[in-house]
Design a protein around this ligand. Structure first.
Ligand code: EPU
Length: 418
């Protein structure tokens, strides 16, 4: 039987909840272990479907992965197996492409299935490939696979045509073992990129500027093992704070890095929430009714595309008209139709959605289409009058660790049923 989340809406959420480590930092951190024969220990890898997928891929590539008694995850790739990421894994999770850079750097060859599109857009990897070519790799595409070959990569100056998060990560990992200096211009400034750089530096890499648009990497001939704590998940934190805001509740998230959340917090405040930051705690007191706002997604430090669906659920209840412009992905409004089934009045036209606030949502049966869309439906369900059933919960499980237990701990009436 498929799993659904059943939510009885209308309860203001109250209390404190700790955030998990970031999915989008854990995935590249796990693949970085391919760069060394020594073990890499990660302290707080979240239990997520996407993490399970990357673990199976790494195991296929020869990694030995153990969950240690101290809670850490230890990855060791003493001997590489066949350097191939098969279509079955890449098509379920695009982030599998993160093995490309490390494999070609370490083994001199990588075969990775071309990801193709996904629910939120076409998502090519041309910038990853262009960058690897600049580093001296020979790239061929045959039978749906990219094959990259190089005896040893050579440092180069690479300016990507657009800002790409996993592209920057792939090139940074490849350049870490290249001969000479690489400069990445127009690099992604996301905190997850900076976290990966910290891990690589712990492994012996020489990297400067990660977290800015210019990253300089001086290649070394080998990297070693290390231990690393993955940064907290800013998107999970934002989602939980939005749950406080949309229910008119009072939610504190703990263990966060508030400066990773600047754009999200500013927007929640604009929507009428009262935000208090104290150390690694952020408190969100929801308004009686949200205020309208205009949102435009952009690379960090702008408003994250990964929070767009959740803020839409909130603005759907605002007292007035809001607009949301999605600039990162061309097809990331799949949640609009589902929110409308709950009574929202939203029209999406191209990259902009016009949101006419309604006073309330009604519970309904809705279907998740991707990870963040599922989160927005859960938020709408928490605020709705009556019962909401969210189907296709596997999307949510890809990127949220025990979301329903965290929400339950805040008083939400939410349960998982089969
Ligand atoms: N793009 C290209 N060519 C490339 C690379 C990207 O045209 O070679 C385009 C994409 O199609 C997209 C834009 O550039 O339109 C930005 O894509 P980016 O490469 O930055 O996205 P990503 O690295 O594939 C990561 C996160 C996503 C997050 C985006 C944007 C991971 C594992 N994934 O994806 O997370 O939305 O950055 O911030 O880090 C999520 O967690 O729900 C999620 C989708």
């Amino acid at each position: 039987m498929p799993t659904r989340l059943v939510i009885e809406g209308g309860v203001p959420l109250r209390g404190a909840v700790a955030v998990s480590a970031a999915k989008n930092a854990a995935l590249p951190a796990l693949t970085a272990a391919l760069l060394t024969v020594e073990p890499v220990a990660l302290d707080n890898v979240p239990l997520l479907a996407d993490v399970a997928t990357i673990r199976s891929l790494l195991e296929r590539l020869g990694a030995r992965i153990t969950d240690e008694p101290d809670g850490s995850t230890r990855v060791q790739v003493a001997v590489l197996g066949s350097p191939e990421a098969p279509y079955a894994l890449v098509s379920t999770m695009r982030a599998s492409v993160l093995v490309l850079g490390p494999l070609v750097a370490r083994a001199g060859v990588a075969r990775v299935a071309l990801p193709g599109g996904c629910a939120i857009g076409v998502r090519p990897i041309d910038q990853h490939l262009k960058g690897l070519q600049k580093l001296g790799a020979d790239i061929t595409i045959t039978n749906g696979y990219v094959e990259a070959r190089a005896s040893r990569l050579k440092g180069a100056r690479i300016t990507t045509d657009l800002v790409t998060v996993t592209g920057t990560e792939n090139l940074m990992m490849a350049a870490a073992l290249a001969e000479g200096t690489t400069v990445l211009e127009n690099a992604a400034r996301e905190p997850e990129v900076a976290d990966l750089a910290r891990l690589l530096v712990g492994m012996g890499a020489r990297i400067e500027g990660a977290g800015t648009e210019r990253i300089e990497i001086e290649g070394v001939s080998e990297l070693g093992g290390t231990r690393h704590r993955v940064i907290p998940d800013r998107i999970e934190a934002g989602t939980l704070l939005a749950a406080g805001a949309i229910t008119g509740g009072d939610v504190t998230v703990t263990g966060v890095r508030p400066r990773h959340l600047t754009a999200t917090l500013a927007k929640l405040e604009e929507c009428g929430a009262s935000i208090t930051v104290e150390g690694d705690h952020v408190r969100c007191q929801g308004p009686a009714r949200p205020q309208p706002a205009h949102v435009i997604t952009s690379p960090f430090p702008g408003f994250p595309t990964d929070m767009q669906a959740q803020i839409m659920a909130l603005l759907g209840l605002a007292d007035g008209l809001s607009t949301i412009t999605e600039t990162i992905f061309e097809n990331r409004f799949m949640h609009v139709a589902e929110l409308c089934r709950m009574g929202a009045r939203i029209e999406a036209d191209g990259s902009t959605a016009v949101v006419r606030g309604v006073p309330g949502y009604q519970g309904a049966q809705v279907m998740a289409t991707d990870l963040r869309a599922s989160a927005s439906l859960v938020l709408a369900g928490l605020a709705a009058r009556g019962t909401t059933e969210v189907a296709r919960v596997y999307h949510l499980d890809r990127g949220y660790e025990r979301l329903e237990s965290k929400l339950q701990s805040l008083g939400a009436l939410i349960r998982r049923v089969r």
